[in-house]
Ligand binder design. Structure first.
Ligand code: MN
Length: 230
Protein backbone atom coordinates (compact mmCIF):
# COMPACT_ATOMS: atom_id res chain seq x y z
CA UNK A 1 0.00 0.00 0.00
CA UNK A 2 1.48 3.33 -1.03
CA UNK A 3 2.29 5.81 1.70
CA UNK A 4 0.00 8.80 1.80
CA UNK A 5 1.68 11.83 0.31
CA UNK A 6 2.19 14.53 2.93
CA UNK A 7 0.84 17.94 1.86
CA UNK A 8 3.87 19.85 3.18
CA UNK A 9 7.58 19.29 2.61
CA UNK A 10 8.33 20.48 6.17
CA UNK A 11 6.08 20.63 9.21
CA UNK A 12 3.76 23.66 8.97
CA UNK A 13 4.10 26.32 11.68
CA UNK A 14 1.87 25.93 14.71
CA UNK A 15 -1.18 28.16 14.98
CA UNK A 16 -0.61 30.86 17.61
CA UNK A 17 -3.68 30.80 19.85
CA UNK A 18 -4.54 33.09 22.76
CA UNK A 19 -6.75 32.09 25.72
CA UNK A 20 -10.19 33.67 26.02
CA UNK A 21 -11.27 34.78 29.49
CA UNK A 22 -13.89 32.39 30.85
CA UNK A 23 -13.97 30.17 27.76
CA UNK A 24 -12.46 26.79 26.95
CA UNK A 25 -11.65 27.66 23.34
CA UNK A 26 -8.62 29.58 22.08
CA UNK A 27 -8.50 32.58 19.71
CA UNK A 28 -6.30 31.71 16.70
CA UNK A 29 -4.16 34.64 15.56
CA UNK A 30 -3.76 35.43 11.86
CA UNK A 31 -1.56 38.51 12.09
CA UNK A 32 -0.88 41.59 14.21
CA UNK A 33 -1.38 45.13 12.96
CA UNK A 34 -0.16 47.96 15.20
CA UNK A 35 -1.00 51.66 15.29
CA UNK A 36 1.81 54.16 15.74
CA UNK A 37 1.40 57.52 17.49
CA UNK A 38 -2.27 57.16 18.41
CA UNK A 39 -2.06 59.25 21.63
CA UNK A 40 -1.15 62.95 21.39
CA UNK A 41 1.11 62.97 24.47
CA UNK A 42 3.08 59.96 23.19
CA UNK A 43 3.36 61.50 19.73
CA UNK A 44 4.92 64.55 21.42
CA UNK A 45 7.33 62.49 23.56
CA UNK A 46 8.52 60.79 20.35
CA UNK A 47 9.18 64.16 18.72
CA UNK A 48 6.26 63.88 16.29
CA UNK A 49 4.45 66.71 14.57
CA UNK A 50 1.01 67.41 16.06
CA UNK A 51 -0.58 67.32 12.62
CA UNK A 52 0.76 63.88 11.63
CA UNK A 53 -2.02 61.26 11.69
CA UNK A 54 -1.44 57.82 13.25
CA UNK A 55 -0.12 55.07 10.96
CA UNK A 56 0.29 51.29 10.87
CA UNK A 57 3.08 48.76 11.14
CA UNK A 58 2.91 45.02 11.82
CA UNK A 59 4.30 42.14 13.85
CA UNK A 60 4.13 38.44 13.01
CA UNK A 61 1.61 36.32 14.93
CA UNK A 62 4.43 34.31 16.47
CA UNK A 63 5.75 37.42 18.24
CA UNK A 64 3.00 36.83 20.82
CA UNK A 65 4.03 35.86 24.34
CA UNK A 66 1.12 34.04 25.95
CA UNK A 67 -0.25 35.09 29.36
CA UNK A 68 1.90 33.92 32.25
CA UNK A 69 5.07 33.46 30.18
CA UNK A 70 8.23 35.49 30.72
CA UNK A 71 10.00 37.46 27.99
CA UNK A 72 13.59 36.77 26.99
CA UNK A 73 15.58 40.02 26.65
CA UNK A 74 16.01 40.19 22.87
CA UNK A 75 19.37 40.19 21.11
CA UNK A 76 21.12 43.15 19.43
CA UNK A 77 19.58 45.87 21.59
CA UNK A 78 20.53 47.86 24.66
CA UNK A 79 17.29 49.88 24.78
CA UNK A 80 14.22 47.63 25.00
CA UNK A 81 11.10 49.76 25.60
CA UNK A 82 7.61 48.97 26.91
CA UNK A 83 4.52 50.35 25.15
CA UNK A 84 1.28 49.43 26.95
CA UNK A 85 -1.66 49.06 24.55
CA UNK A 86 -5.30 48.08 24.17
CA UNK A 87 -5.53 45.14 21.76
CA UNK A 88 -8.56 44.50 19.52
CA UNK A 89 -9.31 40.91 18.41
CA UNK A 90 -11.40 40.53 15.24
CA UNK A 91 -13.88 37.72 14.63
CA UNK A 92 -14.95 39.03 11.22
CA UNK A 93 -13.18 40.79 8.38
CA UNK A 94 -13.69 42.96 5.36
CA UNK A 95 -12.31 45.81 3.31
CA UNK A 96 -13.46 49.44 3.26
CA UNK A 97 -15.45 48.91 6.46
CA UNK A 98 -17.23 52.16 7.44
CA UNK A 99 -16.54 53.32 11.03
CA UNK A 100 -20.20 52.90 11.98
CA UNK A 101 -19.98 49.17 11.15
CA UNK A 102 -16.43 48.57 12.34
CA UNK A 103 -17.30 47.45 15.87
CA UNK A 104 -19.35 44.58 14.37
CA UNK A 105 -15.99 42.94 13.52
CA UNK A 106 -14.82 42.84 17.15
CA UNK A 107 -14.60 39.56 19.05
CA UNK A 108 -13.06 41.11 22.16
CA UNK A 109 -10.20 43.05 23.71
CA UNK A 110 -6.96 42.32 25.53
CA UNK A 111 -4.09 44.16 27.19
CA UNK A 112 -0.78 43.95 25.34
CA UNK A 113 2.72 45.39 25.34
CA UNK A 114 4.29 46.49 22.04
CA UNK A 115 7.88 45.73 23.00
CA UNK A 116 10.27 47.84 20.95
CA UNK A 117 14.03 47.69 20.36
CA UNK A 118 14.08 51.50 20.45
CA UNK A 119 17.72 51.78 19.42
CA UNK A 120 17.13 49.69 16.31
CA UNK A 121 13.87 51.53 15.54
CA UNK A 122 15.60 54.92 15.82
CA UNK A 123 18.47 53.76 13.61
CA UNK A 124 15.94 52.61 11.01
CA UNK A 125 14.10 55.95 11.21
CA UNK A 126 17.36 57.85 10.72
CA UNK A 127 18.20 55.83 7.61
CA UNK A 128 14.67 55.69 6.18
CA UNK A 129 14.75 51.91 6.60
CA UNK A 130 11.85 49.62 7.60
CA UNK A 131 11.00 49.03 11.26
CA UNK A 132 10.87 45.25 11.46
CA UNK A 133 14.10 44.88 13.44
CA UNK A 134 12.81 47.37 15.99
CA UNK A 135 9.24 46.10 16.23
CA UNK A 136 8.67 42.66 14.71
CA UNK A 137 11.20 40.56 16.61
CA UNK A 138 10.66 37.33 18.58
CA UNK A 139 8.58 37.72 21.76
CA UNK A 140 7.78 41.35 20.92
CA UNK A 141 4.08 41.08 21.77
CA UNK A 142 3.25 39.83 25.28
CA UNK A 143 -0.49 39.96 25.91
CA UNK A 144 -3.27 39.03 28.30
CA UNK A 145 -6.12 36.64 27.63
CA UNK A 146 -8.83 38.08 25.36
CA UNK A 147 -12.06 39.27 26.96
CA UNK A 148 -15.17 38.77 24.83
CA UNK A 149 -16.92 42.06 24.33
CA UNK A 150 -19.83 43.62 22.51
CA UNK A 151 -21.07 47.17 22.47
CA UNK A 152 -19.08 50.34 23.06
CA UNK A 153 -15.31 49.73 23.33
CA UNK A 154 -13.35 50.04 26.61
CA UNK A 155 -12.91 53.62 27.85
CA UNK A 156 -10.99 53.07 31.09
CA UNK A 157 -7.48 53.52 32.40
CA UNK A 158 -4.46 51.98 30.72
CA UNK A 159 -1.51 51.49 33.05
CA UNK A 160 1.91 49.88 33.21
CA UNK A 161 4.34 49.47 36.08
CA UNK A 162 7.93 48.23 36.15
CA UNK A 163 8.96 46.67 39.48
CA UNK A 164 5.87 48.30 41.00
CA UNK A 165 6.82 51.82 39.82
CA UNK A 166 4.24 53.62 37.67
CA UNK A 167 5.48 54.26 34.13
CA UNK A 168 2.34 54.67 32.04
CA UNK A 169 -1.07 55.82 33.34
CA UNK A 170 -3.58 57.22 30.87
CA UNK A 171 -7.03 56.54 29.44
CA UNK A 172 -7.85 54.60 26.30
CA UNK A 173 -10.47 57.29 25.71
CA UNK A 174 -7.53 59.56 24.76
CA UNK A 175 -6.75 57.67 21.55
CA UNK A 176 -6.55 59.93 18.46
CA UNK A 177 -8.21 57.28 16.29
CA UNK A 178 -10.84 55.50 18.42
CA UNK A 179 -11.33 51.73 18.05
CA UNK A 180 -13.92 52.04 15.28
CA UNK A 181 -11.69 54.46 13.36
CA UNK A 182 -8.64 52.20 13.80
CA UNK A 183 -10.54 49.24 12.30
CA UNK A 184 -12.00 51.37 9.51
CA UNK A 185 -8.59 52.87 8.64
CA UNK A 186 -6.91 49.43 8.68
CA UNK A 187 -9.62 48.03 6.40
CA UNK A 188 -8.84 50.72 3.82
CA UNK A 189 -5.27 49.40 3.58
CA UNK A 190 -5.82 45.64 4.04
CA UNK A 191 -8.71 43.20 3.78
CA UNK A 192 -9.16 42.32 7.43
CA UNK A 193 -9.95 38.75 8.44
CA UNK A 194 -11.04 36.75 11.49
CA UNK A 195 -8.03 36.22 13.75
CA UNK A 196 -6.47 39.60 13.10
CA UNK A 197 -5.26 41.49 16.18
CA UNK A 198 -4.75 45.24 16.26
CA UNK A 199 -2.50 46.86 18.88
CA UNK A 200 -4.06 50.33 19.06
CA UNK A 201 -1.07 52.42 20.15
CA UNK A 202 0.54 53.45 23.41
CA UNK A 203 0.03 56.48 25.66
CA UNK A 204 2.91 58.56 27.00
CA UNK A 205 5.49 57.26 29.47
CA UNK A 206 7.29 54.66 27.35
CA UNK A 207 10.69 53.70 28.69
CA UNK A 208 13.32 51.00 29.09
CA UNK A 209 13.02 47.58 30.68
CA UNK A 210 16.02 45.59 31.83
CA UNK A 211 16.77 41.94 32.54
CA UNK A 212 15.19 41.02 35.88
CA UNK A 213 12.45 43.64 35.65
CA UNK A 214 8.87 42.67 36.42
CA UNK A 215 6.39 44.37 34.09
CA UNK A 216 2.70 44.56 34.97
CA UNK A 217 0.02 46.17 32.83
CA UNK A 218 -3.71 46.62 32.86
CA UNK A 219 -6.46 47.96 30.68
CA UNK A 220 -9.32 48.64 33.05
CA UNK A 221 -12.24 46.27 32.55
CA UNK A 222 -10.33 44.32 29.88
CA UNK A 223 -7.40 42.46 31.41
CA UNK A 224 -4.04 42.40 33.10
CA UNK A 225 -0.73 40.95 32.11
CA UNK A 226 2.49 40.42 34.02
CA UNK A 227 5.86 39.13 32.89
CA UNK A 228 9.47 39.11 33.91
CA UNK A 229 12.24 40.04 31.49
CA UNK A 230 14.76 37.21 31.73
MN1 MN B 1 3.16 50.85 19.98
Amino acid sequence: MAAKTAPYVIDPPAVVAVPVEGAAGLFPVRRILCVGRNYAAHRREMGGDDRDPPFFFAKPADAIVLPGRDVAYPPRTSNLHHEMELVVALEAGGAEVPPERALDLVFGYAAGVDLTRRDLQNAAKDKGQPWEAGKAFDQAAPMSAIRRWSGPPPQGRIRLTVNGQARQDASVADMIWNVAEVIAEASRLWRLAPGDLIFTGTPEGVGPVLRGDRVEGEVEGVGRLAFEVV
